[in-house]
Unconditional design. Sequence first.
Lengths: 570, 246
Amino acid sequence: MDFESYDVLVVGGGLAGIRAAIAAVEANPRARVGMVSKVYPMRSHTVSAEGGAAAALRPEDSYEKHAFDTVKGSDYLADQEVVEAFVREAPIEVIQMEHWGCPWSRDPDGKISARPFGGMTTWRTCFAADKTGFHMLHAVFQTSLKYDQITRHDEAFVTKLLVEDSRCVGVVALDIRSGRFDAITAKSVILATGGLGRIYAFTTNGNICTGDGMALAYRAGVGLKDMEMVQFHPTGLPFTGILITEAVRGEGGYLLNNQGERFLKRYVPNKMELGPRDIISRAMITEFEEGHGFDGPHGKYLHLDVRHLGEEVIDRKLPFMRELGREFVGIDIVKEPIPVRPVQHYMMGGVDADIAGATPMLGLYAAGEVANVGLNGANRLGSNSLSECLVFGAAAGRAATEYAASARPVTANPVDAMLWDEARRVESEFLEKKGGSERMGAIREEMQHEMDAGAGVFRTKEGLASLIERLGGLRERFGRIKVEDTSHTFNTEMTAAIELDFMLELSQTMAISALAREESRGAHARRDFPERDDEKFLKHTLAFRREGARPRLEYRDVHITRFQPQARSY
Amino acid sequence: MADKRITIRATRYDPEKDKAPRVQSYDIPFPDESMVVLDALNYIKSNVDGSLSYRWSCRMGICGSCGMMVNGTPKLTCNAFLRDYWPRSITVQPLNNFPIIRDLVIDMEDFMHKLKSIKPWIIRQQEIPLGAGAHYQTSEQIDDYRQFSECINCMLCYAACPVYGLNNEFLGPAATALARRYNLDSRDQGLKERLPVLGDAEGVWECSFVGECSVVCPKGVDPAKAIQQTKLDTTMRFVLPYGNRD
């Protein structure tokens, strides 16, 4: 049987994936690089990032300051040698993006500008107005088109990693348009599939953010690290969950409760609106509980007020926010405050990977939100993730290329059999399934609401235990789903079923990792264990899959170089 | 009005079963004034008919996936509000001028080739090494190309373009706007390399300046302006043989 074969195969076409593909080609111009994505690359969720990319470019900044802010922001769960490497590479990558055409906003002297951001002690967030992710993604994607060595497989959905003798040798991908399953082999594979926000009901994440890469690696036996660490962004629009960027506060916007009070003075008095996301989200929920929220048709909310900034600043620095307000809420943010409430936004947890993006499985790498390289710990600072995609995308691209140069070729025989088995599995589970009665949409919505309720901003033992039970029930009902669409052509009901299968698997690792972490650290806030416990939990959680049983957890020490854990106050 | 309802008439087409596209009607609840056409499609897919196929992701008007014809006009369905149509029914069709793959899903491979053909990347006669730092670029220089950099590749302009409807070889609005985006960038020196594609028989001269592309653009890009300006560039090429920026 014929199959495509590459030196390096990137799964995912967002910022990390494309950066990895270009790095692979630049590391070895003769390398054959494949990129497979379930959507056209410019649809990837990078496109929705707004506020900016952090890099210590300004003379008054330093690597050390950026590193310390990141480690403190992580509540000391970041691996510090990873952070130190990251802060050194981020400025180089921001300049690389500039050379590739990213329209960075500029200071009057024509240099790349920066804005303040939450948890950052100085202005280091480089930005392209308030559409930074959009501009970065289109710049890097369009730049990638000049490399003929990169072959794209657009709208192909990876359902399984090909593993031979404990080495990753490619993927099985469903060509969505034709319904055909293909084996795409490679000497090394880089996962860059992004986050899993769609496990929650109220999320900033797009429909495609279903944790595919995490589930693929987990099923292949790779551990998932710190899956209890989920970021809730303070400012989402009620109903849609559309992100209102932290840059709104960076530019001077106020968060107000129903008394018109800048309530953050009672929570983060030294940072106010520029506190880190975990703490501000908890402050907002506490305000709701104390009766200081507004009641709206879509639940409680607070006000984000930029009226005092004036129309000129808003139009220059936050034009997309004005557009979103006008188009999706029917308000003009120049004249009215924006209704906001905390919303699932980012997954700190992910595929266990090291500083070069290498996972414990030979030939398998991961970069971007899908990975946990140890940069973000228990709470990511806003604007570190776009830089993370660049730095660790490039690192994974280089490392995977180097590995591919010495790796032995992939042999056809076992691949054929694995392709056949996987195609049969998916078709029999989803396409040719008869007699199912459970509606997939209902199971998905229940999972999302259970996760909002049980694994949200605040967690408890009872809530998590009950969540685990309910997720088990949903998993069992999933076995009886009804798939109505029997077509092979662009069957999005089948792809949604595969995504839901992945999400049910991941939600269980999240709830079980959260139940076991009996402390509060960063975004993981346990009402029954309100203090951080460095004695027991200055450790990463690793979840491993067990067939027919709950995941097995292991713990691994955090790497500390120069910043000793201390109380985290702002 | 707790039991308000709305009718969605969606194009259905499965090439494995249907000879031609057909219309299917869905009468669904409309409980919330915030609902958009995309929410209606998602309601149908989750609760009524799981086989309805369409693309979507960000639902905030930036990923460009969910463009469809809504009552005959190309729209992003994520910000086409039901309240603006109700009590009329809403007809949702795949974008005009493209082959249909399935239901509301169009084939946009043609655009992907056109995008590459205009070389949408910074072209320099000599690359500046990374160590030399960033280029200087003032806000005024960004303003020169800013609007053309806002294109989200949603294909609404192609669906609105009568010339593209008649001749799919036409380079078309978005690709020309993106070429213009690079030609106007102070960091770029690639005009001369792009002009052969822009100025050839299927390039900008095909445009009859209907201007619908600019009307339907959800991001305020003015591809019609890009096309007219590019016509000038292709003319200048003959007047000034080395182009206007080297």
